[in-house]
Design a binder for this molecule. Structure first.
Ligand SMILES: [Zn+2]
Length: 345
């Protein structure tokens, strides 16, 4: 990194703007040298799919490809972010729900039933397992149930008998109440199920933490100095999780709103609160959905200006209330002072 003398954090912000977020010689995620002509449009730290527009140029081609293939898509797999996109009328999120697995309860035996969402409706996932138990939606009876039965029965029975029996079954199945069983003359039984209490299957959701780690590491690499970065105990864990999918400490990244009222806004923000041995990093999307990372660092003091004292809060916000005139804001607040300094660009 180039050494510059700055007496105020606002000068550091101006330096980042002038350098267009290209201040390192090596990739901030894998440490390989960055080939000057290879970085192209840069890395979108916050994915464009959720209206991010902060690009940095210290990420190598391989890492950019990795994030594009594996990490950025996590944004539109996160139910909180989809909810925000929907509430702000920014995207038709219905197609994204087909990525999710839901679960319902079988009203008869109380067991969980895997569900999927198609065309604004929930459907039981078609399961055809080795024990010859087939599970499907009533609407799928014709396209799924009948062909399946045909296949099971065809070797043991004459075709005419099968066709006749399946016709009877088709008629009678519709009349069954949930829980009732149809016993066929061909030796199989079918129970009609009913599913209620459908909700998202949290165990089947890909965690968004690699993306949050990517945003966190990027922010820290630009907004802190090397001496301070080296003091953060969890820095490498974030880097390895973002780029190499290595394990994350439990409870390092927690989804927790910082605002009590659920209200979405057209902005994203990253905010770092600096305490002597602790850093609280909040990554907030759409003004409400917030992930908090608690970082530990011994004696981390950020003194950029002798007159103003130590830095208490650093923040970076992307505002897109006006999509034709999007703005980024830097913000710094010092301890012992109520003044807040802004730069926008
Ligand atoms: Zn890299």
């Amino acid at each position: 990194m180039e050494q510059i003398n700055f007496c105020e954090y606002t000068k550091w912000f101006q330096y980042l703007i002038d350098k267009k977020f290209h201040i390192y010689e090596n990739c901030i995620f894998c440490f390989n040298p960055i080939a000057e002509n290879s970085i192209g449009v840069g890395e979108h730290v916050i994915p464009e799919s959720i209206y991010g527009f902060w690009r940095v140029f210290d990420v190598c081609k391989d890492c950019m490809k990795y994030f594009g293939d594996n990490v950025d898509q996590l944004a539109v797999k996160d139910v909180h972010l989809l909810n925000a996109l929907h509430k702000l009328n920014l995207k038709d999120v219905e197609p994204y729900y087909s990525n999710f697995q839901f679960k319902g309860k079988d009203t008869i035996d109380g067991k969980d039933v895997k569900m999927v969402r198609r065309k604004k409706n929930f459907k039981a996932k078609v399961i055809n397992n080795d024990n010859y138990i087939i599970q499907f939606n009533e609407k799928d009876f014709d396209p799924v149930g009948i062909p399946w039965l045909k296949k099971q029965l065809q070797f043991k029975n004459p075709k005419k008998l099968i066709d006749g029996e399946l016709n009877d079954l088709n008629e009678n199945f519709k009349k069954l109440e949930p829980g009732e069983i149809y016993n066929s003359i061909l030796g199989f039984s079918i129970k009609k199920g009913e599913i209620s209490d459908v909700k998202l299957d949290n165990n089947a959701i890909a965690p968004i933490t690699p993306l949050i780690s990517k945003v966190a590491l990027s922010f820290l690499c630009y907004f802190l100095q090397i001496e301070q970065l080296s003091k953060i105990q969890e820095l490498d864990i974030l880097r390895m999780h973002a780029r190499f999918n290595k394990n994350l400490n439990e409870n390092l990244i927690n989804c927790c709103p910082i605002f009590e009222e659920k209200s979405y806004g057209m902005w994203h923000g990253i905010r770092l609160l600096i305490k002597p041995n602790l850093l609280l990093l909040d990554i907030c999307f759409f003004g409400y959905v917030n992930w908090r990372i608690v970082l530990h660092a011994d004696n981390l003091i950020l003194k950029m200006d002798n007159e103003k004292g130590n830095v208490e809060i650093l923040a970076f916000e992307l505002h897109f209330e006006d999509l034709n005139n999007r703005k980024k804001y830097f913000m710094v607040k010092y301890q012992n002072s109520e003044d807040v300094y802004y730069i926008d660009f």
